[in-house]
Design a protein around this ligand. Structure first.
Ligand SMILES: [Zn+2]
Length: 142
């Protein structure tokens, strides 16, 4: 059993395995930062992480924090318990990260009901801490 893990009251989540390539993304929340890999040659944000920039083929990539703001691109509401997870119903969303046109993230929306979802609404990141992972989730912008 891993120690010190998930705070009580949090839903069960299947956690990602951390690697040198994705650690920045899953642990940025410890510092309150949403981090993406960014090409140091052309400035392109890369998600999910790849070893080479898809735009300029540079291998000079480094994690950088973005603002944590987003807008709701699309969503679906899950009413079915396919596996242990958050309380039903929950919202699976793709959010658009404003720092780059094609930078999007699949996530869950929290602190809101499905009825409150409006495409394009402003959101902000919040993190759910489980063991060695800080899962980026989004809620309505305060
Ligand atoms: Zn590049």
């Amino acid at each position: 059993m891993p120690e010190a893990a998930t705070e009580p009251g949090l839903p069960f989540r299947i956690l990602p395995r951390l690697t040198d390539r994705n650690r920045h993304f899953w642990t940025g929340g410890e510092a309150g930062e949403l981090r993406f890999l960014r090409c140091q040659s052309c400035g392109y944000y890369i998600h999910p992480p790849t070893p080479v920039c898809p735009r300029c083929h540079s291998k000079e990539l480094a994690p950088e924090a973005v603002s944590g703001r987003a807008t709701l691109f699309t969503y679906t509401v899950n009413h079915q318990n396919w596996m242990p997870g958050p309380e039903l119903p929950y919202i699976v969303a793709i959010v658009a990260i404003p720092e780059q046109d094609d930078l999007r993230l699949t996530t869950n929306l929290v602190e809101m009901s499905p009825e409150e979802c409006v495409i394009g609404m402003p959101l902000e990141v919040t993190f759910e801490h489980h063991e060695d992972v800080w899962i980026p989730l989004f809620r309505p912008a305060q």
